[in-house]
Design a binder for this molecule. Structure first.
Ligand SMILES: *Cc1c(COP(=O)(O)O)cnc(C)c1O
Length: 790
């Protein structure tokens, strides 16, 4: 069953034809008139017409929830919801069979999907709820129906949706109107007031570091070291006692999150020694699924932190979205805490492998090994322990595969991921796929419905990795991709990208290839057009895109060429199809050129009707790049061409805050030396001697990686432990040196950020008088890319 949900940026009704083709036969819709192609196009399907598909989904989930009379935790607050949920589950798992929200499924859609996972074997539910505006919590409360609550804390996130902090806390509190017990930290005054207003005293259970006499659990931090925190707790009720516990964390957010869990264990009267045992095993929660380049042209999807059934489905969905050629392989540990009998559990896992097109399974663990006969549909191998797999691991067993590595924490699958990753050197470009989608949507909602979106993935997708970005764009339904050269397009096709692709600089010797891979050339001169027509003599060739020069003076037919071009088009109408006409603005990013840009757009609008008249049909017309999309909303025409904005840089500089940075380039400190006064650093002794002692760190990045030589000698700085470290001396080919005298805690192995949130690309580019485009595209291909989604 598919619920067609409408949001601000998406309309689920659009997906119906595709889903019908893939076998979905029951649809919940709320706008019959928005069913593409009308009901007649779905002869075998049934439709349920509701007021609002999202409300229908929530109502179904609320009904499902009513079938279970078990305790259910609801968790909300500004920060820490997901971690508190995961840790509470870790802490209670010895006593309970727990159903919890997968990842951060806490939205209006995520909550019903989470609650839907409840089944008769569960003894406890733990669900998180997140909201951004008024009215949302009451709906989530109806779905979760918590009997117990945790309010994590109150920060400033999503303030925009509320008139005041009181309104925000009041809205969030609605989740707890019916709970038997609400847990919270009494030190958040606003939370405390709102809780007292909502519930009688006996339904509150509080912990505090600041008000020891006014809370159920008084916490004093006795000792904090680099990686652990020792706390004394005094419990007033239910039993007066005192204990000392060690939390395996030192940072403040982790300590607060762990204390929420500790409060619940104390309330349940779990014996102190047992509490400590469980605290010791608390493990960090991976908030994101990472895709990493690995050996032999493999990609690894790294999901090594937990392994329950709901999480497995999500990870398999992510795997199935990879259209690459080559096998899909799953390396899977025993699945824990499902509450199902093992045979049924692994039967379900096996069925999922088939629907997600997994061709090869490597099962690791005693339980999955015992049930290997259930997996007869795939190529398979089993090992009792991770060590056994690693002992038998040879890199040539894996070639051109996409490999999901999914294992419960205790199997230590990070060792498997490390074995797969070519360790070239310590420099990494991290690409945040969620930020990319955010930026895509920022532009997309500015388009009229029906305006198409072409995305520029030339130059290795502005350095971000063409296949990975193209794959995401395909999933999010961009209409067109554009690359500079035919080879870039061929590579996308070889990775399974099926969107239409325009090639901006086709050379005549690539026409054959373009035909083979269905790549559409941009034709910008009579010469190219003649070449193409000549090639089209023997075979039908892909449609072309006509480039018109309206003022850029780079490539394209000029206005005075239009008559002659019309004649050629008319003469060759039978064997030449035009897909689109485009022009490119020379100054879209600067307001000072607005008049010129308007003249360009006017010229384009004079030229295109004449060509369309010659063709006898109309074609897609497009003119605007990222900056132009924002500046000239009335000139989007039939399609726009999004480039740098997708990658997080707002070219005009006027709306930068609206975009999220996508990539972050970081490296590691290889070594730190203490230099006495009077010593020089590096080639040509250009790092000049100074009169005091210095600490100089050598970084594993140089100009061959894309760290420009112009950053040398103090022009650039990197960020180490949140602080700036200036470049000393010349940047070398594979290394450079920075001064960390002012950062005494810096040590070898630390990260150094070249650009990212801490060091905006625009700022960095300005340092050497260039533009973000150049910095992004010069990150060398030898730098490993890591893609992640939160
Ligand atoms: C690169 C390119 C774009 C995208 O430009 P941005 O400034 O990155 O948005 C659009 N059109 C053409 C023809 C391009 O070459």
């Amino acid at each position: 069953m598919f619920f067609a949900i409408r949001g601000t940026q998406h309309n689920g009704h659009r997906y119906l034809p595709d889903l019908y083709r893939r076998g979905v036969r029951l649809f919940v819709v709320d706008r019959a008139e928005e069913i593409p192609e009308g009901l007649g196009a779905y002869p075998e399907a049934s439709f349920l017409l509701t007021e609002d598909s999202l409300l229908a989904l929530q109502a179904v989930a609320a009904h499902h929830r009513q079938q279970f009379r078990i305790p259910v935790f609801g968790i909300t607050g500004s920060n820490g919801k997901t971690i508190v949920k995961e840790w509470l589950a870790q802490l209670l798992s010895p006593d309970e069979l727990i159903c919890k929200s997968p990842r951060s499924y806490n939205s209006q859609v995520g909550v019903p999907l989470s609650v839907w996972e409840l089944n008769s074997t569960h003894t406890l539910g733990i669900f998180e709820a997140g909201i951004s505006e008024l009215g949302e919590m009451a709906r989530l409360a109806r779905v979760i129906k918590p009997t117990l609550g945790i309010f994590t804390n109150l920060g400033t996130a999503h303030d925009a949706g509320f008139a005041s902090p009181q309104e925000k806390v009041g809205e969030k509190m609605q989740l707890f109107a019916d709970v038997d017990t609400l847990f919270y930290c009494r030190d958040h005054e606003a939370v405390h007031l709102a809780a007292q207003a909502l519930l009688p005293e006996h339904r509150l259970f509080t912990w505090s570091r600041r008000h020891p006499h006014d809370a159920h659990v008084a916490v004093t931090v006795a000792e904090a070291s680099a990686d652990r925190t020792v706390v004394h707790v005094g419990i007033a009720r239910p039993l007066a006692q005192e204990h000392t516990f060690t939390l395996p964390f030192a940072d403040e957010p982790s300590v607060e999150n762990a204390l929420h869990g500790l409060a619940v264990l104390l309330w349940r009267q779990v014996p102190a020694t047992e509490i400590q045992r469980r605290l010791d095993r608390l493990a960090p929660v991976a908030m994101r699924l990472e895709m990493k380049q690995a050996l032999n042209d493999c990609y690894v999807l790294d999901d090594t932190y937990n392994n329950d059934l709901a999480g497995l489905t999500l990870a398999l969905d992510a795997l199935a979205r990879q259209p690459r050629r080559g096998r899909r392989t799953l390396i899977l540990s025993d699945v824990l805490e499902s509450g199902l009998p093992a045979a049924e559990l692994y039967g379900r896992v096996a069925a999922q492998l088939a629907t997600h097109k997994v061709e090869r399974l490597i099962g690791i663990g005693p339980e999955i090994s015992q049930h290997q006969l259930l997996f007869d549909g795939v190529e398979r191998a089993f090992f009792p322990q991770t060590e056994d797999f690693l002992a038998n691991f040879h890199s040539d067993q894996f070639q051109h595969e996409t490999i999901l590595v999914k294992g419960a924490r205790r199997f230590g699958f990070e060792r498997i991921v490390a074995a797969f990753q070519q360790k070239i050197h310590g420099t990494v470009l991290e690409v945040n796929l969620d930020a990319l989608v955010h930026n895509l949507n920022y532009y997309r909602i500015r388009l009229m419905p029906g305006t198409k979106l072409m995305v520029m993935v030339k130059a290795f997708a502005y350095g971000s990795g063409s296949y990975e970005v193209a794959n995401l764009l395909q999933f999010h339904r961009a209409d067109y991709l554009a690359v500079a050269y035919a080879d870039e397009g061929v590579e996308l096709r070889q990775h399974g990208i099926s969107l239409p692709i325009m090639v901006m600089n086709p050379s005549p010797d690539s026409f054959q290839k373009m035909q083979q891979y269905h790549l559409e050339p941009e034709i910008y001169s009579f010469e190219r057009l003649r070449d193409y027509l000549r090639a089209a003599h023997d075979q039908p060739l892909p449609a072309i895109h006509l480039k018109l020069d309206t003022g850029m003076r780079r490539l394209g037919f000029a206005e005075e060429d239009i008559d002659e071009l019309s004649i050629v088009l008319r003469e060759n109408a039978a064997r030449l199809r035009v897909a689109s006409m485009l022009t490119h603005l020379a100054g879209a990013d600067e307001a000072q050129h607005n008049d010129f840009s308007r003249q360009q757009l006017a010229a384009f609008q004079r030229m295109t009707p004449r060509l369309e008249a010659a063709l006898g049909y109309s074609v897609i017309k497009h003119a605007l790049n990222s900056a132009g999309i924002l500046r000239f909303p009335d000139a989007h025409f039939d399609m726009v061409r999004l480039g740098i904005g997708l990658y997080g840089v707002e070219a005009s500089g006027e709306n930068q805050e609206a975009l999220r940075p996508v990539s972050s380039l970081r490296t590691t400190i290889s070594q730190i030396k203490t230099l006495p006064a009077g010593h020089t650093v590096g080639y040509g002794r250009r790092g000049q001697a100074v009169a005091h002692e210095r600490r100089i760190a050598t970084l594993a990045i140089g100009y061959a990686d894309g760290y420009d030589r112009r950053f040398g000698n103090g022009v650039g700085h990197v960020v180490v432990r949140g602080q700036p470290a200036p470049v000393v001396g010349n940047v070398c080919m594979d290394m450079c040196m920075v001064d960390v005298t002012a950062i005494p805690e810096a040590q070898a192995g630390d990260n150094a950020i070249i650009f990212g949130e801490e060091m905006p690309l625009t700022t960095l580019a300005a340092r050497i008088g260039t533009i973000p485009y150049e910095l992004l595209t010069s990150v060398s291909e030898r730098v490993k890319r890591v893609f992640f989604a939160e």
